[in-house]
Write a protein that binds this ligand. Structure first.
Ligand SMILES: *[C@@H]1O[C@H](CO)[C@@H](O)[C@H](O)[C@H]1NC(C)=O
Ligand SMILES: *[C@@H]1O[C@H](CO)[C@@H](O)[C@H](O)[C@H]1NC(C)=O
Ligand SMILES: *[C@@H]1O[C@H](CO)[C@@H](O)[C@H](O)[C@H]1NC(C)=O
Ligand SMILES: *[C@@H]1O[C@H](CO)[C@@H](O)[C@H](O)[C@H]1NC(C)=O
Ligand SMILES: *[C@@H]1O[C@H](CO)[C@@H](O)[C@H](O)[C@H]1NC(C)=O
Ligand SMILES: *[C@@H]1O[C@H](CO)[C@@H](O)[C@H](O)[C@H]1NC(C)=O
Length: 396
């Protein structure tokens, strides 16, 4: 039996404390990375949660805006993921060799679980406007853009005739955004792991998807999510494995992150909000050791490149800072959302959680990265990109 004592937490009050006094700022991102140094932010400067965090993005840096929606309708396997990248394959090896700095990718699953995907890369660069904590972005020539009227309302608009995709994805959030260790506040760290910047402006939202994919209507509602991550060194340089996911069960919204770095140290971040009178109240936003622990099933940890893909995950949430109780969540993989790949899985999962004697079910999108060759566990044995360069899902 688990007990959830989060009611005593006072975190919610500081959510709106960050100020947005700056005027809108426009960033033009070229399609070819400039030579020379990038400057990356690893402490929040208070000038826009969703603004570019690496300026400029050179060939060994990355910065991207990630969005997804997972259906909350039991039995419906619909999902969609859109990532607006500013990165080349040198910094993020799953991208196409020879692609521009500004590709956009979309992956989806139909209600019956059949997958679809596409890549837009016109080589025409991108423009991002950061206005307070909201933002907009246009990936020129691809037909993909997003905008937001406030941090709680985002719309992705797609008009990509050559890919056969058009429509909109709307996110209406009542869940306060967060950084790895707490609410979005100036000077707080944005490092979720060594040299991995992360901000989560939309941990959960009511999202509706209205797309047409090659003539098929893709209409569904569900839990929508948006984050961004970045670094001034290539992706994967500092860690061996990570578990991330977000989802909803009963009145709760959750985001988890559990990373094992190259020195064998585990890094944690967990977020839990609870729906109360139509708004989601922040209950936990923590990066303390053990605040969340994610383990694959079967439990082979740390995982390495030849470990089979998990059939599920156990996510144990415990917030030591506030003396809260714990919740145990069982995630069962219902559908892998990307093709076979030893380094990476992203899945549609069912959640089962027991909270104060009640059992809740829900859905999640979750992922596992494992970059460590078998038997190899030290920094010196791992070469950036090599183990997974040719395995991450490529374009159709
Ligand atoms: C990119 O910027 C980083 C941080 O300044 C620097 O260490 C790296 O050498 C730069 N990469 C290139 C290819 O210039
Ligand atoms: C699944 O649904 C898609 C979209 O409606 C359809 O094109 C596809 O044929 C279906 N697949 C199966 C196996 O029924
Ligand atoms: C965002 O884009 C949608 C669809 O293109 C549009 O209807 C809406 O007016 C835009 N909102 C803002 C704030 O620009
Ligand atoms: C999907 O939504 C569109 C409007 O965006 C509507 O025209 C269409 O009939 C809907 N299709 C289904 C199958 O619900
Ligand atoms: C749409 O159909 C074309 C032609 O069959 C195919 O190449 C493309 O991959 C499809 N697009 C999507 C998003 O499934
Ligand atoms: C980082 O980026 C990946 C891929 O876009 C995304 O799935 C994940 O949610 C992000 N999260 C963190 C914590 O970096």
């Amino acid at each position: 039996m688990v007990h959830l004592g989060f009611a005593t937490l006072l975190l919610g009050v500081s959510v709106a404390a960050h100020k947005h006094t700056a005027s809108p700022k426009t960033y033009h991102i070229p399609s070819v990375p400039p030579s020379g140094p990038s400057k990356a932010q690893f402490a929040y400067d208070g000038l826009g949660a969703d603004a570019p965090k690496v300026v400029p993005v050179n060939s060994t840096s990355f910065d991207w805006w990630y969005f997804d929606v997972v259906s909350t309708d039991p039995g419906d396997l619909s999902s969609v993921v859109v990532t607006f990248f500013t990165s080349t394959a040198t910094a993020f090896p799953s991208l196409d060799e020879g692609g521009s700095l500004t590709p956009v990718r979309i992956w989806g699953s139909y209600p019956n679980g059949t997958l679809w995907e596409a890549i837009g890369d016109s080589g025409k660069g991108a423009t991002v406007v950061a206005d307070g904590d909201s933002s907009s972005g246009v990936w020129h020539g691809t037909g993909f853009s997003w905008n937001s009227t406030s941090p709680s309302t985002y719309t992705i608009t797609i008009d990509a005739a050559e890919l056969g995709i058009s429509g909109t994805i709307d996110f209406h959030s009542s869940s306060p955004g967060h950084l790895p260790c707490g609410p979005i506040e100036a000077e707080c760290t944005t490092e979720v792991g060594p040299r991995i910047g992360w901000v989560n402006p939309v941990p959960d939202s009511d999202a509706s998807v209205h797309l047409r994919v090659n003539g098929t209507h893709v209409n569904f509602t569900g839990a929508g999510y948006h984050d961004k991550n970045w670094s001034d060194i290539p992706f994967g340089a500092t860690f061996q494995s990570w578990y991330w996911g977000h989802g909803r069960f009963g009145p709760y919204s959750i985001v988890w992150f559990d990373l094992l770095d190259n020195d064998g140290k585990e890094h944690f971040s967990v977020y839990l909000a609870e729906l109360e009178h139509k708004t989601r109240k922040l209950r936990v936003a923590s990066c303390t050791a053990g605040s969340v622990k994610v383990r694959p099933q079967p439990n082979v940890y740390p995982p390495h490149l030849t470990t089979p893909d998990p059939t599920g995950y156990n996510i144990a949430v415990k917030d030591h800072d506030y003396g809260a109780g714990s919740i145990d969540i069982q995630a069962t993989v219902l559908l892998p959302l990307v093709g076979a790949n030893p380094a990476y899985t992203r899945s549609f999962a069912k959640l089962t959680a027991e909270v104060e004697g009640k059992t809740y079910e829900g859905t999640a999108v979750l992922e596992q990265f494992k970059l460590r060759p078998y038997g190899c566990c030290s920094r010196t044995n791992y070469k950036i990109g090599i183990p997974f360069k040719h395995h991450l899902p490529g374009p159709k």
